[in-house]
Design a protein around this ligand. Structure first.
Ligand code: SF4
Length: 399
């Protein structure tokens, strides 16, 4: 009853959220928009189902969730050359929410059980500091007035102040500062109005500093992890540049994840005639980024080609294994965990399972690897020794 009354009194808010459906390709923190695969649990949900274009399935610390991805405003005073929201772009319908209006709309949608979280970003419409205030005000209302305790991801604006970053990290589960380019020169070409070091990188460093200083016993505890995003391929950026910075951020500020967004040209922007970046390049960057984060790889080990990019036609881990392991296979019974994770088909869980299993007995055939949870042991066959010998290339029971 409560929600129905509010929906009837705020049709414009829902319509405005619908207009924001196209924030999704701009912000890659989620995956595909979710259109149909969640049951609409009530008439209220039917009434607002048209906001689904703003809802994406997003990876969160508690698994994938349907999340409302939206912006305080699509107006922006910056002129990033690739962005649909850049200042002065013709034909762009601008939408702006007041904090209480957006908070109320989110409350309706999450009470209707259409979403389990919110990702809140914004164009920079009133300078970075005031815009950040509006983002924080919106989430303060959602947390305090509506008592929402679920997933929140907040964007940190270029130029946000230290105390704003701290408050955002107390309210959110995740915060992001989008670096967009891997170096000052690349960012200057992508977004001439942003300063790589003082407006963006420094805020990323602050998030780590704030986490380190945080008192875990405080009622206002800091709980947010940090992520960033890069626009890939518009201005000559190389995979080596992108992954070198990613590695530094994993090591130095405990970055949770780097997102890579393959560039696609947008009409009425300075980059409208540039070519699309192949989606496969984005995929290879994610594969490599996970090797750096989860598999204890160093960036120098990745199979960069002349020019600093990865080959598109082969998985980077397999390319490395073809070069290094075909002649010198890894002995599964004696290798360390880091070495085991070099084997195609073996990840962190698989390496742990091998170490546990070999304490109890010998792993002498590919079927034993499958039995302990390695799903495609055939992928590993060319690169390992089992019982001191190369295993046959085909599992007997696969024939
Ligand atoms: S700051 Fe740049 S990337 Fe962000 S909304 Fe404005 S124009 Fe787009």
């Amino acid at each position: 009853m409560y929600v129905t009354m509010n929906i009837q009194h705020t049709p414009n808010t829902i319509e405005k959220l619908t207009l924001l459906g196209d924030v999704n390709p701009h912000e890659r923190v989620g995956d595909q928009p979710q259109h149909e695969n969640r049951a609409l649990s009530s008439r209220i949900a039917q009434d607002i189902k048209h906001v689904l274009s703003c809802i994406s399935m997003v990876s969160t610390p508690k698994g994938k969730k349907p999340v409302l991805k939206t912006m305080v405003t699509t107006a922006c005073e910056k002129g990033c050359n690739y962005c649909p929201f850049r200042a002065g772009r013709r034909g762009m319908h601008r939408v702006t929410f007041k904090p209480d209006e957006l908070a109320q709309a989110f409350d309706q949608i999450q009470r209707a059980r259409l979403v389990d979280g919110i990702f809140l970003s914004s164009g920079v419409a009133w300078g970075g500091v005031t815009t950040q205030d509006k983002i924080i005000d919106t989430i303060e209302i959602i947390r305090r007035k509506y008592g929402y305790t679920g997933y929140v991801h907040l964007k940190l604006m270029p130029g946000a102040e230290f105390e704003q970053v701290r408050r955002a990290m107390q309210l959110a589960d995740r915060v992001s500062v989008n670096l967009e380019g891997p170096t000052k020169e690349r960012l200057d070409a992508l977004a001439p109005g942003k300063d790589f070091s003082s407006e963006l990188l420094e805020r990323l460093l602050w998030t780590h500093q704030i986490r380190q200083q945080a008192d875990p016993g405080s009622p206002e505890r800091v709980r947010a992890g940090t992520v960033t995003q890069f626009v890939v391929g518009a201005v000559g950026d190389t995979d080596l540049e992108l992954l070198s910075l990613t590695e530094r951020l994993y090591q130095q500020i405990k970055l949770r994840r780097a997102y890579y967004s393959a560039f696609g040209p947008i009409e009425e922007t300075p980059f409208e005639n540039l070519p699309h970046t192949p989606p496969l390049r984005e995929f290879r960057l994610y594969q490599s980024s996970f090797l750096l984060r989860d598999y204890e790889w160093d960036v120098e080990e990745l199979p960069f080609q002349d020019g600093g990019n990865l080959p598109l036609d082969v998985d980077p881990k397999r390319a490395w294994a073809d070069e290094h392991l075909r002649e010198s296979p890894i002995d599964v019974m004696h290798a360390g965990r880091r070495e085991l994770m070099r084997i195609p088909g073996v990840g962190p869980k698989g390496a742990n399972a091998i170490i546990k299993a070999r304490r109890a007995g010998h792993l002498t055939e590919l079927g034993h690897l499958r039995a302990i949870g390695i799903r495609a042991p055939q992928q590993a066959a060319s690169y390992i020794l089992l019982d001191g010998r190369r295993p046959p290339q085909q599992l007997a029971f696969d024939i």
